[in-house]
Design a protein around this ligand. Structure first.
Ligand code: GLU
Length: 445
């Protein structure tokens, strides 16, 4: 069996962290099994769907490295939906209903008032042909409901949630098509999953009830349903579904300097029993990916954790992967020297400034004499070898200083900062002329 998964966003907005995670897991499952990953644009809602969002979704997936094997669009498949609709209607699985939204609302209110669940009463099913004809003669156009089979229990073993059971008699027959002929999400999705040979539906647990209904649609179509994995939803770091999380998308993350590999590394493992491991290459993440590792509790997404994973990803990135985003002139030696101190690739510009200068050195104060001495020593050492150790060894011997008093005034005078990359790597990059000039200017301070 070839594994086929699909990511099925509605193009009514851009992707946010929650649906990036869904896309990622669908992609991972397909890739881990040598299968196919489909992008299905759920654009049956013509009013709310926008082409710019379709483009943004494609671009975001590409940036994340989640390349679909094929793309499908629901708006291009309406003739197929019509065909299945007619089949199901002919077989009595679909029926017309004539209530207005206000009437349905009133019915629900009455039931709730009596302490009963607000189930649709199937009044439309009880209409005679003559009654239906009379309504249509008055110009009332029906919407369409899928008739649930109350006799068959709904059961499946969810790959994350385990055994699931629903009683169709406790559910309303879902509306699948509006009076104007437009489609609701439920039936087209089941038709697509069947036609496209989808083997695994991976989506948020907000779709569990839909799955119960869609399983009956698969049965009505005489189709074998796919396997389902419903993931616990993401919450913000505070444990709540934060507004920020719902709007946090690829653009914002990229602007903050977050790398695709950091997003993939974190979201691959968030909510699972496995540790988050920053990985440049998703290969090992794919090998270890299994729905059995997912928990049922909501997974917490913490932007600070993402920033940490991001830094650890950057610390592994080779020069070639970042070269086009570095300041002009920065070479592999510089990148490797500063990389361990970066939180974002853009931060490289700061260290490039430290190397190229000019740097605003903080006053070294009482260390001015020591720095002056360092300037003299710097004129005598061999700059071709390991100038930092040559410089500090000579100064140690001459002054008896060691540890922080030996190193810190030099770091300050040479870089203008108290912290930063390993000086042994940095000093050769600053080079003899600039280093001596910086030491000189600080010795006069
Ligand atoms: N378009 C639906 C959504 O975005 C798809 C759900 C599904 O994966 O079936 O919620």
């Amino acid at each position: 069996m070839t594994v086929i998964t699909r990511f099925a966003p509605s193009p009514t907005g851009t992707l946010h962290v929650g649906n990036i995670r869904t896309a990622l897991h669908n992609w991972m499952w397909a890739r881990a099994h040598g299968g196919r990953f489909l992008l299905r644009i759920d654009d049956t809602d013509a009013e709310r769907s926008e082409e710019r969002f379709v483009d943004a979704i494609r671009a975001d997936l590409a940036w994340l490295g989640l390349h679909p094997d094929a793309e499908e669009r629901q708006s291009a498949r309406t003739a197929r939906y019509e065909e299945v609709f007619e089949e199901l209607r002919g077989a009595g699985h679909i029926y017309p209903a004539y209530e207005t939204a206000q009437e349905l609302d009133l019915k629900r209110k009455i039931l709730r008032g009596r302490g009963l669940p607000p189930l649709y009463d199937r009044a439309a099913l009880a209409l005679s042909d003559a009654e239906r004809a009379a309504l249509e003669a008055q110009g009332v156009r029906p919407h369409w409901r899928f008739r649930l089979d109350h006799a068959t229990p709904i059961e499946w073993t969810d790959l994350i949630r385990g055994p699931q059971q629903f009683d169709a008699a406790t559910m309303s027959d879902p509306v699948i098509r509006r009076a104007d002929g437009s489609w609701l999400y439920m039936l087209p999705s089941a038709i697509d999953d069947r036609d496209m040979g989808v083997t695994h539906v991976v989506r948020g647990e907000d779709h569990v009830t839909n799955t119960a209904l869609q399983l009956q649609m698969f049965a009505a179509m005489g189709a074998t349903p796919p396997a389902f994995a419903h993931e616990a939803l993401l919450t913000g770091a505070e444990g709540k579904l934060s507004k920020r999380l719902g709007s946090l998308g690829v653009d914002a993350l990229r602007d903050e300097g977050i790398e695709p590999a950091a997003i993939v590394s974190l979201l691959a493992r968030l909510g699972t029993s496995q540790p988050v491991e920053p990985m440049l290459d998703p290969g090992p993440l794919l090998d270890a990916f299994d729905f059995a590792h997912f928990g049922r509790a909501p997974a917490r997404f913490d932007e600070r954790e993402l920033a940490q994973v991001n830094a650890r990803v950057i610390h592994q990135m080779p020069f070639d992967a970042v070269a086009d985003r570095l300041p002009a002139g920065m070479d592999a030696a510089v990148w490797e020297a500063i990389r361990p101190n970066l939180e974002t690739v853009a931060g490289a510009a700061d260290w490039w400034q430290v190397i190229e200068g000019p740097v605003d050195a903080p006053a070294v104060g009482e260390d001015a004499t020591y720095v002056a001495q360092a300037a003299e020593v710097a004129r005598t050492i061999d700059w071709a070898g390991d100038p930092w150790h040559a410089l500090t060894n000579a100064l140690k011997e001459a002054t008896g200083r060691k540890g922080k008093p030996l190193f810190l005034p030099l770091r300050r005078a040479l870089t203008g900062r108290d912290h930063g990359p390993d000086m042994a790597a940095l000093l050769p990059l600053i080079g003899r002329e600039r280093a001596i000039a910086r030491l000189d200017s600080n010795s006069r301070a």
